[in-house]
Ligand binder design. Structure first.
Ligand SMILES: [Zn+2]
Length: 319
């Protein structure tokens, strides 16, 4: 039974079409029309999976696709950041190691439980068979600061922190030889960037750092794989434009002394014509504007979203 007033995303039950795209001799993208993506790297002796899907049941479909192209063992799971929708499927891969930045590890310690409850409540469709998620948190077994290099046989895989953006712990996976990049939610395409835990001030510089690697293929956090330098540039630009446009609108409101509610309504109206067709636009905007308003007023670091705070925010802005 549908509730009368609920999150935009709770009503979103459309089934998405999965696409499994080969990007280079070693890289594949598992994408699903704007739902969270998974990147796959196949080396000489092992497979690396970046971002796991939301539940082990959903991860099984990724594994099925991987097994169509290789029978090498899945040794590594990389978490590009801490969000539950990307992390909670990890156990299905039975990896030898789960790797994340130390900043991501710290965020799991600080807010992993709250985030898990909040994300499952926000977006039930993205957590199919949520009962298959093991109890507790998904803990990284290896952490790193700034840069880590893995060798899958002769294949070099770099895990890089290029700056804060979508979260404090953002990590990209980079294949220097193939020039393929898995960006996590730092870059989206035809999908609205979620910025509820973001650093608006840092995000543009981090995107410049991504661009300076000159990828020829990029798997965004959501949306289709971007093949060719032009498509990669388009993804970086549209993500950067969205972040800049939210920031500009919120800044004008804050400078004029307006409250969050007024700033939200103005920002929503300003951005809707340009970005309203992107998936999860209505879902993201309240979180994005709230976080941007926070950052510009009194909270340099993102406050923890709990299921309760989600509800309160939604009632204030959309009720
Ligand atoms: Zn995320």
């Amino acid at each position: 039974m549908a509730q009368a007033k609920t999150f935009a995303s709770q009503a979103d039950m459309e089934v998405k079409q999965v696409t499994f795209t080969k990007l280079s001799d070693h890289a594949y993208a598992y994408t699903a029309e704007g739902d969270p993506n998974t990147g796959i790297i196949v080396g000489d002796d092992a497979v690396l999976v970046a971002d796991t899907q939301a539940t082990p049941a959903m991860a099984e479909d990724v594994i099925r696709r991987i097994r169509e192209v290789t029978d090498k063992p899945i040794k590594y799971v990389v978490l590009t950041h801490y969000h539950a929708v990307r992390v909670l499927g990890a156990s299905a891969y039975r990896p030898q190691q789960i790797i994340a930045s130390q900043d991501t590890y710290d965020l799991i310690v600080e807010r992993g439980e709250a985030d898990k409850a909040s994300e499952i409540g926000r977006f039930p469709r993205l957590f199919q068979n949520v009962e298959t998620v093991p109890p507790g948190m998904t803990w990284p077994t290896i952490t790193f600061n700034r840069k880590m290099t893995l060798w899958l046989g002769s294949l070099e895989v770099q895990l890089l922190q290029l700056g804060r953006g979508h979260t404090k712990g953002d990590t990209v996976v980079w294949l220097p030889k193939d020039r393929v990049l898995l960006s996590g939610d730092l870059v989206e395409f035809d999908a609205t960037p979620y910025a509820g835990d973001a650093y608006f001030k840092d995000w543009p510089t981090t995107l410049e750092n991504v661009a300076s690697l000159k990828p020829v293929a990029l798997v965004p956090g959501r949306g289709p794989a971007l093949l060719g330098e032009e498509r990669v540039a388009a993804g970086l630009k549209s993500t950067g434009d969205f972040i800049a446009d939210v920031r500009k609108s919120v800044e004008q409101g804050v400078k004029a002394g307006k409250d969050l509610n007024a700033v939200y309504k103005e920002t929503y109206a300003t951005l809707k014509p340009k970005y309203g067709h992107w998936v999860i636009f209505d879902h993201c905007m309240p979180f994005d504007v709230t976080r941007c308003f926070d950052e510009m007023t009194q909270y340099p670091d993102p406050r923890i979203w709990t299921a309760e705070r989600d509800r309160q925010m939604w009632e204030t802005l959309e009720g």
